[in-house]
Design a protein around this ligand. Structure first.
Ligand code: AMP
Ligand code: MG
Length: 424
């Protein structure tokens, strides 16, 4: 386990270390240095394992398929009986259906009618498709041009006994769960879920169900954070709203860090309120950085309180989601045992909107990717990009990522997009 204090001391000596303006890539790299994945595991039934992270290699206890079998409906023959230059007539000795094999051995001059998935009868080595033969009574006539071993699926060709079918560190999707079932495995070992505690800070916040007084607003961040954590398969601990009061905040941080692997807060890290949280965190833990050179989401704190990781997200609802997806998501997946964490795919498309942008920070604008009638994709922005406009996230299906050095973008230029579907 990394010792955060000595790491932070080491970082503070570096010339380019500025905890109040951390480039996006550097911030990701720094967070990465502190992440030690969970090690505790539990056994779960395959059906309950969706989204969980595999804590063991799954080796195949059997050959898949278990036997040589036919890939076609047709006739199973001895290749040696066929002629290279003419027809041959074979006697149909029986049938082999999927699940009902032919018993006995096929002799010279004989064949077996076989269905897809039927076990290869003993003595035969080649399948002739039924479309390529003539059947009359108990005889089948087969012409030339076949290859020995054609139209077969070999025992173990998909997976051989003892072969690793799935590797530790993989997040289980329906395909992997089906594969586990196909091996006859009922229970598997997965990492325990990551425990994440979160609360909102702000005197102006009311929870839904309460009528806001003048100047009060509904707390939406706890709902987006709850949803995003749930999608990642975390065990979520919702600690509600905490007032901007140093004593209450200190108690909340202490409680959260004692029960969770990760503590996430929103609000209270921007100018004005920063001092509470800043002083508290300096007292309770170690802070690696406070601010990121990005938009939206500049005030983003990361540090440790005891063994717990701490992410102090901004208060603005869009900034919360952007910083979560760009920093917290990857960290939580790594802590959950996912190895490797697949990077979110990005690709380049023309942007039909012109975009205003100052160099020196990374921007994550919200975009709508669409396909035209000719099949070409392009992106446009979701109107106003203010960090308080949650509608811009709700309407978006992608982030438009504008890197540090990028200036304004002219309409029609290529931009990098990151699709939200399946992620957000
Ligand atoms: P702060 O960083 O605490 O100054 O918050 C920045 C802005 O985000 C302010 O306008 C807050 O009212 C707003 N905000 C903070 N927390 C929340 C929340 N949980 N839900 C909705 N808006 C919030
Ligand atoms: Mg606040």
């Amino acid at each position: 386990m990394n010792d955060p204090q000595s790491l932070i001391r080491e970082l503070s000596c570096a010339d380019d270390y500025d905890p109040n303006s951390m480039p996006v890539a550097k911030a990701r790299e720094l967070i990465g240095r502190f992440l030690t994945p969970v090690t505790a595991t539990e056994r779960v039934h395959a059906r309950s394992a969706l989204g969980r992270v595999l804590a063991e290699d799954i080796t195949s206890p059997l050959n898949v398929p278990a036997h040589d079998n036919s890939a076609m409906d047709g006739f199973s023959v001895r290749f040696a009986d066929l002629k290279g230059d003419g027809e041959v007539a074979l006697r149909i000795a029986g049938t082999a259906l999927a699940g009902a094999p032919f018993q006995g051995t096929v002799k010279a001059g004989e064949c077996v009618r076989i269905m897809t998935g039927g076990v290869m009868p003993a003595g035969t080595d080649t399948i002739i498709m039924q479309e390529h033969v003539k059947v009359s009574g108990d005889r089948v006539t087969i012409g030339p041009g076949h290859k020995k071993g054609q139209n077969l699926r070999r025992a173990g060709e998909d997976l051989a006994t003892g072969q690793v079918a799935l590797k530790r560190g993989l997040a289980l999707r329906p395909a992997e769960i089906g594969l586990i079932a196909s091996l006859g495995i009922a229970e598997i070992r997965v990492y325990r879920r990551l425990r994440v505690a979160f609360f909102s800070t702000g005197d102006e916040l009311v929870s839904i169900g309460t009528v806001p007084k003048e100047g009060q607003i509904y707390d939406s961040n706890r709902y987006t954070i709850h949803g995003m954590l749930t999608r990642l398969g975390c065990e979520v601990i919702d600690m509600g709203v905490v007032r901007d009061d140093p004593n209450l905040l200190e108690t909340a941080f202490g409680e959260a860090a004692a029960i969770a692997d990760v503590v996430i807060t929103s609000g209270g890290v921007s100018v004005g309120e920063a001092d509470y949280v800043k002083n508290l965190l300096n007292k309770l833990g170690e802070v690696v950085f406070w601010k990121i050179a990005m938009k939206p989401g500049r005030p983003l704190a990361y540090g440790k309180i005891g063994n717990a990781h701490f992410f102090g997200l901004p208060g603005n609802p869009v900034s919360v989601m952007v910083t979560f997806y760009q920093f917290v998501r990857d960290a939580l997946l790594r802590l959950s045992g996912l190895d490797p964490v697949p990077p979110l795919p990005t690709f380049k498309v023309p942007c039909v909107s012109s975009l205003k942008k100052a160099p020196g920070r990374t921007e994550f604008q919200r975009g709508i990717l669409t396909q035209d009638a000719a099949g070409n994709w392009s992106v446009r922005v979701t109107g106003e990009q203010g960090s308080g406009i949650l509608r811009s996230m709700a309407e978006a299906n992608c982030f438009i990522i504008l890197p540090d050095a990028q200036g304004s973008v002219a309409a029609g230029a290529l931009v990098e997009v990151q699709v939200m579907e399946g992620v957000v």
